[in-house]
Every structure is written in C-alpha cells, then in structure tokens.
Design a protein. Structure first.
Length: 300
C-alpha cells in the first residue's frame, strides 16, 4: 500500500492517505510562525476519527435499508442495517497516478477491487492541489457499465472547534433553500424540503454552539459560504462547483463538526425514483463522467 503523501507550501500543509480512500488525514495552515490544524489530525492515535475528510462515492450519505429501484430494476446493497452509508470507497486503496510537492491524483477502479458494494462498475479520480492559500479538490466519476447508473458523490470534511487549542467561538455562514424533514430521526428524508428551523439557518453569519446538535441535509446549496474561527482570526471560504447542490451540516457533541458539500441528497436514488426534483442524483450513461470541484480558501 502507498504511504501518506504530504502536500506543502508556505501557507498550507495537507496529508493524504491513498491507502484509505484517498482521504485527508490532516489539514494545517501556517500562521505567525506556527501551524494551526483546521481539521482534526487523524494521525494522532487519540483522535477517534479515521479520516479528517473522506470521499463518498458513487453516492453520498445513505440509501435507506440498502434498497433502491432504478430504471425498473431493484437493487440490494450490503451494510443495509446502516443504510449502506457513505458509499463504498472510503476504506479502500486508491492508486497514486502522479504526485508532486503540491498536488496528487489518485484513481479507483471498482473492477479491480473485491466485492464492491455497487451494481455498476465505475471508475473515479480525485485531484488535490494546493496553491498559495487554496486547497482544491476535484472528483471525477465515470460509469464503466453497460447501462445508465444513478451517480453522486461528496466530501465529508471534519473541522476543529479549537484550531489554536484554546476555546474560541466558531461562526458559520452558508445559504441553502431548505432542509429535508427527518420524521424517523434516521437522517432519511421523510418528505419534500421544508423551511430551515432557526437552529439550522446559517444564511447570515451565526455562531455554531457546541451543544446544539445538528444533522441536517439541505438542498439548494449555492456553493459558497465560510467558517470563521474568531479567536484564531481565520476564515475558511468554500467555493464549490454547481454540481454540489446539497450541503450537510453535522454538529455532534465532539471537539469537531462537519460541513459537507455533496451532489445528492441523503437517500437520493430513492428520492429520484419517487420523482423528487431536488434529489441531485444524476442518471449517468455508460462512459459518461460526473465532475465537481471543492475549493477551500484560507483567509486571515
């Protein structure tokens, strides 16, 4: 298996693990002669996360009971007891195609892996690149099957509440057009999107309270927004391509939280089959590619 790959310049340091889903293990910003960890450093054995940011492919988040119908055929996935969560590639080895001091490309080919939990063969690439104060990630997903497949993906980054190691307030500002109701408290949309509750609404800059639990899937994401650590005077700006139609906000009672740009809703393929126009799922023909980019810009 490939070893960790470090991308580094004068402003940023990013550690990638190709052997574990091509995920990010650590993301640091250099400031005033020291380094601040914007994401949890999962190389630390004390950290309870396996990756600071993992990729979800070939669909984002959950498929209810691992069961869906697409184009008249019913499919059953493994790990159904956990709603076949987060796709199938985040713990698998990816191939490093090229790497430099500031960039890396990794590739995943499902036909070369055992027991991939998806009915269609697929291929994926992820590019990471740092340039000055910007970390750019691009995902490309191809349908390598002989029939159209439902497709989607997303990034699942965790962020530190206290990059400086000291208690400091964190503020969010992200605009979406609503939130899916979660009547069963299982993170599966139970109906069409509804207006955001006050606790879920970060359309204007607002503090993210550590004890206010949030796990919300929000459609109509505009691709922008930011996280502000006021004590560290760092603003992390999101810039996502239009394919990222959804944003998932996860705020557990931990020393981290997640803000996840994704292309499809939780249980998106079932919403697609039910006629939800906001599912975000793409019907990807054989040989076609779904392509999206997520940029994180460090200011301050």
């Amino acid at each position: 298996m490939a070893e960790w790959v470090t991308l580094e310049n004068r402003a940023l340091k990013v550690v990638i693990d190709p052997a574990q889903g091509a995920g990010i293990m650590a993301f640091e910003v250099k400031k005033n002669g020291s380094s601040l960890s914007l994401m949890p450093d999962t190389r630390d054995r004390a950290c309870d996360l396996k990756a600071a940011c993992f990729l979800m492919l070939p669909y984002s988040n959950r498929i209810e009971n691992g069961l869906f119908t697409f184009n008249g055929r019913t499919h059953r996935l493994a790990n159904a007891e956990n709603d076949s969560i987060h796709g199938d590639t985040r713990f698998r080895a990816w191939i490093v195609e090229k790497a430099s001091a500031t960039g890396i490309r990794c590739r995943f080919v499902s036909s070369k892996q055992p027991d991939v939990n998806w009915p269609w063969p697929f291929e994926a690439c992820v590019d990471y690149e740092i340039s000055k104060n910007v970390l750019t990630s691009r995902i490309m997903l191809w349908n390598r099957g002989e029939s159209t497949m439902p497709a989607g993906f997303g990034w699942h980054p965790y962020f530190n509440r206290m990059p400086s190691g000291k208690d400091e307030p964190v503020y969010l500002c992200f605009k979406t057009q609503g939130v899916y109701p979660d009547a069963q408290d299982n993170r599966i949309p139970s109906g069409p999107a509804e207006p955001l509750s006050p606790e879920q609404d970060f359309s204007k800059e607002k503090r993210l309270l550590p004890n206010a639990f949030i796990d919300a899937c929000c459609p109509g994401y505009d691709g922008n927004g930011y996280i502000l650590w006021s004590g560290s005077n760092i603003r992390l700006v999101f810039d996502c391509s239009p394919e990222c139609t959804h944003l998932i906000m996860y705020n557990p009672a931990r020393d981290y939280f997640a803000v996840e740009p994704v292309t499809n809703a939780n249980n998106g393929v079932n919403l697609y089959e039910q006629g939800f126009s906001t599912s975000g799922v793409v019907a990807l023909p054989p040989g076609a590619c779904l392509d999206a980019t997520f940029r994180m810009i460090v200011e301050g």
